[in-house]
Write a protein that binds this ligand. Structure first.
Ligand code: ADP
Length: 478
């Protein structure tokens, strides 16, 4: 379909396309073949990018929001115009079926537009005067240069959740994309430049080994904020390291999201919801249900439906429109999914569908019933096309099981009893609850986790506040 595309393979530093003299290879998870080699950044490039981000911040932050809006709106327009080509890059890099990946650049453009709109309307506040003849204001100002670290599962969308509010509010961004998906990020930088984005405002540092690059930027007090989406383990490390320079942080970490199916639920609706979540990115979505808690007798009926659905899925070339499930994106993820399923079966779970890898990084959609407490499948984030089902009897028991995790990203409830839905939603310890298959987030809602699932919020007005500092100013009137 695309595969003769020319790739952007140099780092974007201070308005230049830099060949660093060292390279690393990006591979296609569907075939295991190399896509291309590209420039590998290290400490020296990170230092240069920090200098450029600081310099660019001086002028970018002083523009009015309306002045910044021009290149940002053009950037969003270019993302839309190039959505097929960027979708193809995403599919090549992370294996998500193309017909699903092609929408991602448009969602990203929507985020940029949203924050342009929010920034041009951004105001401070006039406060009660501290004394006669004086005034006091609360100003909101951009926090400064930002280090954005993004994962491979939604490489363009999750970048836009950071780029939108950061750039629109006047911050500059140094983006370190995941080592698996740097090509789509470099394309974003190219389109930003084409849109008239000034040098140093948005830089992208591709690298094979993230730590040396990130450490330079985390230790640099001039970089004022860390915005990260990724694993709890990496988030914990970055949070600690960022504390030394008191950076502002937004951390969007993993989930172990429960799907609670009460015995009055519409099981076909549950299946439709779960199916969409499982196939979308082969289950590699932080807010997808990681475990199903089903009430009493409906567990067997639901398990049967889920197993039929799983068996009907088509694994294959992600560029083939008939493919519903692509490969897992990384070998590490494939190994974890295989291990979690093996562990659950060994501890007595009944395997109803899947449970095998047909080759490469593919893994069959898998359904397991009566998964025992304490198995890794229930305790950890599996990040794969696996549905572990366990039973509960009372509402109390369901809430307790749902909350019995260090994570707190999202939870999903299915019931026809809206009083119960409300009661349970209130008691769940997590950042988002859906009832009967509603949206987990929109551009207006706060997105983020409780407990180990994160710090701070992205999206909506909260996503913009995360890139703003407050300052009170008092002054005499004459
Ligand atoms: P996953 O397990 O989903 O790959 P990670 O948290 O390891 O999640 O990766 C998410 C992002 O964090 C990627 O961009 C990755 O390169 C980056 N990352 C991983 N380890 C570090 C580290 N020590 N320092 C900075 N960034 C890191």
């Amino acid at each position: 379909m695309i595969q003769d595309q020319a790739f952007t393979t140099r780092a974007s530093i201070g308005g230049e396309w830099r060949d660093t003299g060292r390279t690393f290879t990006v591979t296609n998870p569907a075939t295991g073949e190399a896509i291309t080699d590209l420039s590998d950044c290290g400490e020296a490039e990170a230092r240069e990018a920090a200098d450029a981000a600081v310099t660019a911040f001086r002028s970018w932050s002083r523009l009015t929001a309306r002045e910044r809006a021009d290149p940002l709106r053009a950037f969003a327009r270019l993302l839309r115009e190039h959505s097929r080509e960027i979708g193809q890059l995403i599919t090549l890099e992370n294996g998500r079926p193309f017909h699903m990946a092609v929408g991602e650049p448009t969602w990203a453009a929507d985020q940029i537009d949203y924050y342009v709109g929010a920034s041009v309307r951004l105001t401070g506040e006039l406060l009660p005067p501290p004394a006669p003849g004086q005034q006091m204001f609360a100003l909101r100002q951009p926090v400064g240069p930002v280090l954005a670290i993004t994962p491979w599962n939604y490489p363009v969308l999750l970048a836009s959740w950071k780029l939108g509010p950061a750039l629109a509010s006047g911050c500059t961004v140094i983006h370190k994309p995941a080592e698996q998906t740097p090509l789509s990020a470099l394309r974003l930088a190219e389109l930003f430049e084409q849109a008239g984005g000034p040098p140093g405002v948005y830089q992208v540092l591709p690298c094979r080994n993230p730590a040396p690059v990130a450490d330079v930027l985390l230790d640099d007090p001039r970089v004022r904020k860390l915005a990260f989406t990724g694993s709890v383990e990496t988030g914990r490390h970055l949070y600690r390291r960022a504390a030394a320079t008191f950076k502002r942080v937004t951390l969007e970490l993993g989930g172990n999201c429960p799907l609670i199916v009460f015995d009055d639920a519409d099981l076909d609706a549950v299946q439709a919801f779960l199916g969409g979540r499982l196939c979308g990115s082969a289950g590699q979505v932080c807010l997808s249900p990681n475990r199903v808690l089903a009430q009493g007798r409906v567990a067997d009926e639901f398990a049967g439906k889920a197993a039929s659905f799983a068996r009907a899925q088509v694994l294959g070339d992600p560029f083939d429109p008939a493919t519903t499930v692509g490969p897992l994106s990384t070998a590490q993820n494939h190994a974890r999914v295989s291990e979690h399923v093996r562990d659950a079966v060994e501890r007595g779970a009944r395997l109803l569908a899947g449970g095998r890898s047909p080759g490469g990084l593919y893994y069959e959609p898998t359904v397991l019933l009566d998964v025992q407490p304490g198995t890794r499948l229930l305790e950890e984030e599996t990040f794969g096309p696996v549905v572990p089902i366990s039973r509960f009897t009372s509402e109390e028991e369901a809430v307790e099981a749902a909350n019995r995790t260090e994570y707190g990203l999202a939870a999903h409830i299915f019931t026809r009893d809206m009083r119960r839905a409300w009661r349970v939603a209130e008691r769940l310890e997590c950042g988002a609850v859906t009832v009967n298959g509603t949206a987990t987030f929109t551009g207006d809602s706060p997105f983020g986790g409780w407990k180990a699932s994160g710090v701070g919020r992205e999206l909506g007005r909260w996503g913009l506040d995360a890139y703003l500092e407050l300052k009170s100013v008092s002054m005499p009137l004459g």
